[in-house]
Design a binder for this molecule. Sequence first.
Ligand code: HEC
Length: 146
Amino acid sequence: MKLSDRRVQIGILAGLLVFGGAVAYTGGWFSPPPGPPEILVVNVPELSPLAVRGNAAYDVSCAVCHGTNAAGTDRGPPLVNDIYNPGHHSDESFYRAVRQGVPQHHWTFGNMPFRPDVTDGELIAIVRYVRELQQANGIETLPHEM
Ligand code: HEC
C-alpha cells in the first residue's frame, strides 16, 4: 500500500468520526442530564373523590421528595412534568417505581427508594391524583420516543 492511500483512508476515517459525532451530538445523545428544574407553580384542579384520597396518601408518602402538588423539591423531580406524561410513564411505571424503587436516570437527585408502606389501593389513588394534576397543567399523552 502506498503512503498516499493510507492518508486517504485516515482522512475518510476521521471524516466519518467527525460526521458521526456531529450527528450524535445534534441527536441529543450527549446532552447533559437536566439539572433540578425550577420548582413549579402547579394549577390544582377540582379533584375527583379517588384523587382526593390519592392526594392524602401522596402527601404522606411522596410529597417529601416530589413536592406539594407534585411540583418537585430539591430531593425529587416534579411529577407534573412532560417526562411523566402517560405515554412515557404509564400507570404501570408508577406502580413499579413505588414497589421497586427507581435508580437515578432522568435527573440528578439520586435514587428513589421503594415505598413498602403504600397499599395497592393508595397507589391507584395516587396515580389518579397525579394524572388529574398533569391534565390540569397541560400535560398530555405523548408518544414514547426514548
Ligand atoms: C426519598 C425521595 C422520594 C420519595 C419519598 C418518592 N420518590 Fe419518586 N422519585 C424520586 C427520585 C429522586 C426520582 C427520579 C429518579 C430519576 O429518574 O433520576 C423519582 C422518580 C419517580 C417516578 C418516575 C419513575 C421512572 O420510571 O422514571 C415516579 C413515577 C415516582 N417517583 C413516583 C413516586 C410516588 C408515587 C411516590 C410516593 C408513593 C414517590 N415517588 C416517593 C424520589 C422519591
